[in-house]
Design a protein around this ligand. Structure first.
Ligand code: ATP
Ligand code: MG
Length: 768
């Protein structure tokens, strides 16, 4: 396909520009990401080797989409282009080159909970208060030190250093390290840097407005003056200031890169006129903007739907009804999304969609991996790759319970500390013998645990991840214990563990497919000559290919560790639920934004009397991002009262709604005074129900009896689910043959053609 097809003149100029750095600074939906994709294709068409192109973006989902779009233009030639997130690029660089700065290639990536575990352990060993708050304080100090903030002094400084040592001893890195260590590596090893500069002749960055100082530094190192660097972004969509993003990176780009070309794109191809007008009206209120025009020749389209309800449950029902209506008119569910400002809003929305039988998927990758049983299984897997990871070992040494108590654990920890060993080494037979504090019984149990680990490690690095995961489940006793448990949730936990095996098998497939993708210049030939043991390493322009040495399990673990917010399973024809932050860069036919109220969106943090003006400006940009995701239909929802974080709030409608010209809405906006409910009659149990349907304006409040169990708007799962055909994410499609209970917690017995009958909690299946 012609890389210049379907481009307007400005886009074409950006795609074809050569010879100096390039900045594309443009509003939402104007084709910035399209420019990146077409520029990659055009470089390859011109003869640039695909592996010399490095395109970086912010979420795995965006990277995946970009790879697909490149493949559409280039076919298999596109496979060798390096499209990645900053963090996963950092991880890849470290796996290949970490040895230069003392990082072993099989390092583990610690997430927030892992880091907290390690921090508390460091505090305990230093005989300090080691509760969660103290652990968080230490991690804050670590973060500040790493990111060049105010350095801690005295005792705190010593603890920060101890934490760093413990992290290295565990052969682990944290998230900041994934960016900082490559910077340290490149800054300290000019020869290594030169090799990567030689490799990445063309660097392209999407969503550049959200880069932070370390990411910027990494780009600077990789792209010396004269290098081919192309960045695209929109300062109005900078939404990660709170995480250290610096919008000055994009606004000051021309100063930092003299001679840079700047291209502006002004035509929006994504949204209908009304949507674009509403988004423009909201963002126009921000002070200090880099002025941009954005126009479309699309028709105005539908008005923006205003969903006004009594409470958050009513809101969820209204949203469900709207989505059903759109579906009936031909929009696939997969082209719809519901956004919210805070994760806590999602539970009620989910419930509403489930009751209305709307298939949905929560786009929030990490949550699955944060469940206790899944974390246990993953800890075993991480130990298989890196037995030195004490945090993981401590997590599972007595999980499932094997009578290894706190005292015993303290005894081996002391022994390990005294001898400078990791815990795994402290469990070696000779060390157990040499530990005078252990009695015979605990020695035997500890030896048994170490044997279990060694058996798993012996499976070797090339064993498929799914196979290792199955062995972990079988040998560790995790599944047996759950099966023996009377806990009603045990079955669900077993299903989660099965889902983990399933995820591992999918990763195995990807690993096999990616083997070619990860091929380095020269490595392809090296593979063809297996006798060449020193393939690429130190060779001319060659790259150590350690990803292959790590094997499928290492890759699977890395994928899990790097899951970002916008990385839910790829599901078809389901409504996507996600936070506004996760929605960046995506587009849908229909978008609903829930909770458009003061104190929710804009967030309470941004509207308090001590809030900084910049916090409100960032919320406004987030609103602009949210509105501009919609192609044809935008709906905004708010509720008169809302239970959130265990408290009942009466929030006026969001000021952002007031910024939109009223005639763009499908009904009048209530004034803040009107939006307030009048109190219920004194002494009565009755609550006020404003019927804010079409007729809300004139209607007098009705008094309705207090709600008991909320009646479901459509047939609930439960007795009435009998005979229904349902879909489960792992077992596929089956029929409900028995049901126990009502609502989302009902226990269903479902007969699947593939695996027979399974008992499943209703919430885990969707009607088909
Ligand atoms: P965002 O700021 O939200 O990241 P963007 O500037 O990256 O948006 P794209 O996602 O690249 O915009 O493009 C928005 C939509 O417009 C996409 O569906 C894209 O295919 C379409 N589009 C962009 N340019 C053109 C064009 N020249 N002709 C037709 N469609 C286009
Ligand atoms: Mg984009």
């Amino acid at each position: 396909m012609d890389p210049l097809s379907d481009l307007n003149p400005e886009q074409r100029a950006a795609v074809l520009h050569r010879g100096s750095p390039l900045l594309v600074l443009a509003g939402a939906g104007s084709g910035k990401t399209r420019v990146i994709v077409h520029r990659i294709a055009s470089l390859v068409e011109e003869g640039a080797p695909p592996w010399s192109i490095f395109a970086v973006t912010f979420t795995n989902k965006a990277a995946r989409e970009m790879r697909e779009r490149v493949a559409r233009l280039l076919g298999p030639r596109g496979d060798d282009v390096w499209v990645s997130t900053f963090h996963s690029a950092g991880a890849s660089i470290l796996r290949r080159e970490g040895a230069q700065i003392g990082i072993s290639t099989r390092f583990s990536i610690y997430d927030d909970a892992d880091q907290l575990g390690l921090a508390r352990r460091v505090l305990r060993e230093a005989n300090r208060e080691a509760d969660t708050a103290a652990g968080r304080d230490l991690l804050d100090a670590v973060g500040r030190t790493k990111n060049g903030g105010e350095a801690p002094s005295g005792e705190q400084a010593a603890l920060v250093e101890r934490y760093g040592r413990a992290l290295r001893a565990a052969n682990a890195v944290d998230f900041d390290d994934l960016l900082l260590l490559p910077v340290e590596l490149f800054a300290g090893h000019p020869d290594v840097l030169e090799r990567w500069r030689q490799r990445f002749r063309h660097v392209l960055v999407d969503e550049f407005q959200d880069t932070n100082a370390v990411q910027y530094r990494l780009l600077e190192l990789l792209c010396p003056p004269g290098a081919d660097l192309c960045v695209v972004g929109d300062d109005d969509q900078s939404i990660y200031r709170w995480r250290g993003a610096e919008v000055s990176n994009i606004l000051g780009f021309e100063e930092g890169h003299p001679g840079a070309a700047v291209v502006k794109l002004e035509r929006n191809y994504r949204s209908d006129g009304n949507i674009l007008a509403a988004a423009g009206a909201v963002i126009a209120r921000n002070p200090h903007r880099h002025a941009k025009t954005l126009w479309t020749d699309r028709p105005p389209g539908e008005k923006i739907a205003l969903l006004w309800s009594e409470d958050e449950r009513g809101e969820a029902d209204r949203i469900a009804a709207l989505l059903h209506g759109l579906h009936a008119r031909g929009t696939p569910f997969g082209e719809m999304a519901v956004f919210y400002r805070i994760n806590a809003q999602s539970r009620v929305l989910e419930e509403g969609l489930r009751l209305a039988r709307i298939p949905y998927v929560i786009v929030r990758g990490r949550s699955f991996y944060e469940r206790a049983e899944v974390k246990d299984a993953v800890a075993y897997l991480r130990l298989v790759v890196n037995p030195r990871s004490d945090v993981d070992l401590l997590r599972v040494i007595n999980s499932p319970p094997r009578k290894i108590g706190e005292t015993t654990i303290e005894r081996i920890s002391r022994h390990a500390l005294g001898r400078g060993l990791c815990l795994y080494d402290a469990l070696a037979p000779a060390e157990l013998e040499a530990n005078p504090e252990l009695d015979g019984g605990s020695r035997g149990r500890l030896a048994g645990f170490r044997t279990l680990l060694d058996g798993l490690i012996a499976l070797g690095p090339s064993t498929p991840a799914a196979r290792v995961a199955e062995e972990v489940l079988a040998r560790s006793g995790l599944v047996d214990r759950l099966n023996a448990s009377a806990d009603p949730e045990a079955q669900e936990r077993v299903e989660n563990l099965r889902e983990l095996v399933h995820a591992a098998s999918e990763a195995d497939v990807r690993f096999a497919a990616d083997a070619a993708f990860d091929a380095e210049p020269g490595a392809g030939e090296a593979r063809a000559r297996p006798e060449d043991t020193d393939r690429g390493r130190g060779g001319t322009g060659g790259f150590p290919a350690t990803i292959d040495e790590g094997g499928p399990l290492l890759c699977f673990l890395e994928e899990i560790a790097l899951l970002g917010e916008a990385d839910g399973p790829v599901e078809h024809d389901r409504v996507s639920l996600m936070t506004l932050h996760a929605a960046k860069g995506l587009e849908f036919d229909a978008v609903v934004i829930a909770g458009m109220e003061e104190g929710v969106f804009p967030h309470s943090r941004a509207v308090g009397f001590r809030s900084a003006a910049e916090d409100l400006a960032e919320e406004r940009r987030l609103c602009y991002v949210g509105f501009t995701r919609a192609r044809r239909k935008l709906a905004v929802a708010c509720a008169q009262r809302r239970a959130l974080f265990g408290e009942l709030r009466f929030n006026p409608p969001s000021r952002f709604l007031g910024d939109v010209p009223p005639d763009l809405f499908d009904r009048p906006l209530p004034s803040p005074a009107e939006a307030r409910p009048s109190p219920a009659p004194r002494g009565s149990d009755y609550t006020v129900d404003y019927s804010y349907d079409q007729t809300w304006r004139g209607s007098a409040p009705r008094f309705v009896p207090p709600r008991g169990r909320r009646p479901a708007p459509s047939a609930p799962a439960g007795a009435s689910a009998m005979g229904l055909t349902v879909r489960h994410s792992v077992f596929g499609v089956g029929r409900v043959v028995a049901a126990d209970g009502e609502g989302p917690d009902a226990k269903l017995t479902v007969r699947f053609p593939s695996v027979g009958e399974k008992r499943i909690v209703a919430r885990f299946v969707t009607p088909v």
